[in-house]
Design a binder for this molecule. Structure first.
Ligand SMILES: CC(O)(O)CCCCCNCCCN
Ligand SMILES: [Zn+2]
Length: 548
């Protein structure tokens, strides 16, 4: 007791001056990782994953993105006096330096690289790195927004250098704009950066003009930087899904990446003090599922933000459970995108239509009355002055509603627990004609799952696929929310195998994955059919098929 008493007495003044010198960050706290990890353990998800050891990023790794002088400066921070450390911190915005943060920042970047190694070498199909400090705000020679090294930008450059990856898609669903990633790749057509972020017409941090929809990239990189500004808070599941269906997915399919990296920030979920959005944690199951069909499933998610210690672990679990292949839950209350989201969506599409053929053909009207469907009706895009006028209207309306908004947010946000997602041990049934050999690894069982949906004809090329499937079938399917999906394919459907494979993958995000495929198959020399094997392979191997 005596000892503790003395120690405390002696240390109190130091602690006080520490707090004086070092404002402690209230939201980027260690508990973010512990509650997320505990939730993964409690739900049994951790046991279904392999844990990959971390390593420190080397100087060479860090110099893939950052300058020598910045790295040398950060290297000195562990040895700085309190005053020097505070001085060093003040030169950057919203970042907190501690004598140990250099070590932690190297571990965060190194963890992302270990994940890239595991995915690119085929050791795992996909994965998630739970790291602190985050990375997407840090720039070539500057820390920013809790970020020291840009974990995901380093991972992208590393994948290109170490594995010859030609095209990397970075999806940033964090509620803040990852300006550090944008600056790193804005003239680089091999990296497509997509970010949505709270913007409120440049009123929200980091308050950059270049976070708006008309920053499309530079020189050779024009078209490869997509910013979706949220000019209002309270964005919901429908807003997120609409942007995926009508902007990100069509472009991503046209870009055809070899690797998908996710700046997985969960401050875009309900309850977050920074985002003030209303999307439920289970939406990340759908966002993850929709991305898993790209790049042959090679997906690395790296934690960025997420500051509500209830919705963060829920969102992390929804993401990891989907990465494990479990079907997504039925999406909660899809009631169509709000007017402000539609406005942003149209602005982004018009800014990018010159770069992407999938956006060229699809033109949409900005309906005066709020559109109550995930589908968008085709017509002329608003010209910029129409958009400006609408933004004015939106601002006036917004100022009027601001008070209401504050009162609403003043109450503690509450939301239902994400629904339990149980995946049967044997996941898929295969109905085969009697005389077709049963593929090895399947087993004959009597149980069955049956499903219902009519398949559109003739979307064999990317833009046809984008229009028919991504712009119509998928939003329709989400909105219709069937409990059953039936995919029917006849040899004359004109669907090439890869489109067919994508289709079956994407539509598993609907009806909790309950899908039946009816195929009139072509014969192969040894019986069976190339399409059936392709499908078997794609759907995660033969071991989970039931054969009738
Ligand atoms: C990884 C991340 O994007 O979540 C970091 C967000 C930093 C936000 C800084 N807040 C600034 C508030 C200004 N008073
Ligand atoms: Zn954030």
């Amino acid at each position: 007791n005596n000892f503790y008493h003395n120690v405390f007495a002696f240390s109190a003044p130091i602690l006080l001056c520490l707090y004086y010198f070092f404002p402690v960050c209230k939201i980027e706290v260690p508990e973010r990782l512990t509650v997320s990890h505990e939730a993964l353990i409690k739900t049994g998800l951790a046991d279904r994953c392999i844990s990959v050891p971390v390593r420190e990023a080397t100087d060479a790794d860090i110099l893939l993105v950052h300058s020598e002088e910045y790295l040398e400066a950060v290297k000195k921070t562990p040895y700085m006096t309190l005053e020097d450390l505070q001085e060093f911190t003040l030169q950057y915005g919203d970042v907190y330096f501690h004598p140990n943060i250099y070590h932690c920042a190297k571990l965060a970047a190194g963890a992302a690289l270990q994940l890239v190694d595991s995915v690119m070498t085929g050791k795992v199909r996909n994965g998630m790195a739970l790291v602190r400090p985050p990375g997407h705000h840090s720039m070539r020679s500057a820390a920013s927004g809790f970020c020291v090294f840009n974990n995901v930008a380093i991972a992208a450059q590393y994948a290109k250098q170490q594995y010859g990856v030609k095209r990397v898609l970075i999806v940033d669903w964090d509620v803040h704009h990852g300006q550090g990633v944008q600056y790193c790749f804005e003239d680089d057509p091999s990296v497509l950066y997509f970010s949505w972020h709270r913007y409120e017409h440049q009123k929200f941090w980091p308050q950059l003009k270049e976070s708006d929809y008309n920053s499309v990239g530079k020189e050779k990189g024009a078209g490869f930087n997509i910013n979706v500004p949220w000019n209002k808070v309270g964005m919901k599941n429908s807003d997120y899904l609409s942007v995926f269906c009508h902007i990100l997915l069509p472009v991503a399919y046209e870009f055809s990446p070899d690797l998908v990296l996710v700046c997985a920030g969960f401050d875009s979920a309900i309850g977050d003090p920074e985002g003030e959005m209303c999307a439920s944690p289970d939406i990340f199951a759908h966002l993850t599922h929709l991305l898993m069909n790209l790049a042959g499933g090679k997906l690395c998610a790296v934690l960025e933000g997420g500051y509500n210690l209830t919705s963060l672990p829920q969102s992390v679990c929804q993401t990891v459970q989907t990465l494990l292949g479990d079907p997504a839950p039925r999406p909660a209350n899809l009631d169509g995108p709000c007017e402000s989201a539609l406005e942003s969506l149209h602005c982004v599409r018009s800014a990018h239509r010159q770069y992407w053929s999938c956006l060229k053909h699809m033109t949409f009207i900005f309906t005066a009355s709020s559109n109550n469907s995930l589908l968008l009706s085709p017509a002329e895009l608003p010209t910029s002055d129409v958009t400006t006028k609408r933004i004015k209207l939106a601002e006036e309306e917004e100022d009027k509603l601001k008070k209401v908004e504050e009162e609403k947010n003043a109450e503690e946000e509450v939301w239902p627990e994400p629904p339990k997602r149980v995946a049967p041990a044997v996941r898929t049934a295969l109905v085969l004609p009697n005389d077709v050999a049963c593929p090895d690894g399947c087993k004959h069982v009597n149980t069955s799952q049956v499903c219902l949906l009519v398949l559109l004809q003739g979307c064999s090329d990317v833009s046809g696929f984008a229009q028919a499937v991504l712009g119509l079938l998928l939003p329709l399917g989400y909105e219709y929310d069937p409990s059953l999906v039936l995919l029917a394919r006849t040899p004359d459907s004109g669907l090439c195998d890869s489109v067919w494979q994508q289709l079956t993958g994407l539509l598993q995000g609907i009806a909790q994955g309950h899908t039946l495929v009816l195929m009139q198959v072509r014969r192969r020399r040894r019986g069976g059919s190339i399409s059936v094997y392709l499908l078997l392979h794609f759907w995660g191997g033969l071991d989970r098929w039931q054969v009738f």
